[in-house]
Design a binder for this molecule. Structure first.
Ligand SMILES: Nc1ncnc2c1ncn2[C@@H]1O[C@H](COP(=O)(O)OP(=O)(O)OP(=O)(O)O)[C@@H](O)[C@H]1O
Ligand SMILES: [Mg+2]
Length: 277
């Protein structure tokens, strides 16, 4: 059964199984547009956690709040806190956050178009000074063999190849946590399947924790362990992936059910207790 968050005073950072904890954050753009309104979620170490929701719910904003990239869009966390591996990172410089092990794969892929595949991959390793970079490039090519063949500029890659390169670039940073923003966007069904297969394999092979933002709920819930549903800047429902897949309302709203889309807000049983106020 789906359950409300436990009513406890225990902070999640007391628990080493939780790698990332977002506690009741509020995010404002341009000093007045309130987009996240008390959002809380936990990401278990070594897991894939899905964050689902409709257009404009605030999914990308949540990822940018975690990675620190909000600042470059004149966004700010005005309330709440984010802890990663037991440390508060809420207002930290994004470069430091990358060094500490969080790498964001942006929506729309955002690779550097006028650099080659290899240059893009090397860029992913910009925080590293160890000697393993060359081996890791080979490792990325073993996951994405077709990237090895592409010698030209990244801008000429197909959409699917660009997504693979974006994921490969994240691997090059050897992060503890990858924030993935809609990896399925714009890909054919076959490629979506391939990309999700690789995401799952990365998680299994390296134990890298993944927070996966998706509109493709069915795919995301197939590879995630736990999922959160957000609406209007808040989490309205969470549960194990299995619970969410079986949930009638989720089926109706996100997994291809017919009819008019209702709002979770109006379903009382989905009101989630505010935590750690
Ligand atoms: N830089 C910004 N300045 C002002 N408002 C913004 C900015 N970025 C996003 N917003 C607003 O914040 C809300 C949430 O946007 P966000 O991009 O986080 O949603 P999303 O869930 O990722 O949506 P999508 O599924 O379409 O990618 C939207 O109403 C959007 O217009
Ligand atoms: Mg988005």
């Amino acid at each position: 059964m789906l359950q409300a968050a436990p009513d406890t005073d225990k902070r999640p950072d007391d628990n080493s199984d939780i790698l990332l904890s977002v506690n009741n954050i509020e995010v404002v753009y341009n000093e007045y547009v309130l987009v996240l309104r008390g959002l809380s979620l936990d990401v278990e170490r070594g897991s894939i956690t899905a964050l689902l929701g409709a257009n404009g719910a605030g999914k990308s904003t949540t990822l940018k709040a975690i990675s620190g990239l909000l600042k470059s869009e004149d966004g700010e966390i005005t309330r709440g806190s984010i802890t990663f591996d037991g440390r508060t990172i809420s207002h930290q410089d994004p470069e430091r956050t990358v060094r500490e092990g969080i790498f964001q794969v942006m929506e729309g892929r955002r690779i550097i178009q006028d650099m080659t595949v290899l240059e893009n991959l090397k860029l992913g390793a910009f925080t590293r000074s160890d000697k393993g970079i060359k081996d890791d490039i080979d490792l990325v090519y073993s996951y994405f063999p077709r990237l090895r063949e592409r010698k030209g500029l990244a801008g000429y890659l197909s959409g699917g190849e660009q997504q693979m390169l974006a994921i490969g670039r994240a691997m090059m940073a050897r992060p503890k946590l990858i924030l993935m923003d809609e990896p399925s966007m714009g890909l054919s069904p076959l490629l979506v399947k391939e990309v999700f297969g690789i995401i799952k394999k990365l998680n299994e092979d390296f134990g890298v924790t993944i927070l996966l933002v998706e509109q493709n709920a069915a795919m995301a819930l197939n590879c995630a362990k736990h999922g959160y549903i957000m609406e209007n800047g808040k989490i309205v429902l969470d549960g194990t992936a299995e619970e969410l897949r079986e949930n009638e309302d989720i089926k109706e709203f996100y997994l291809g059910g017919g009819g008019e889309r209702k709002s979770f807000k109006n379903i009382k049983s989905f009101k989630r207790r505010k935590r750690w106020l």
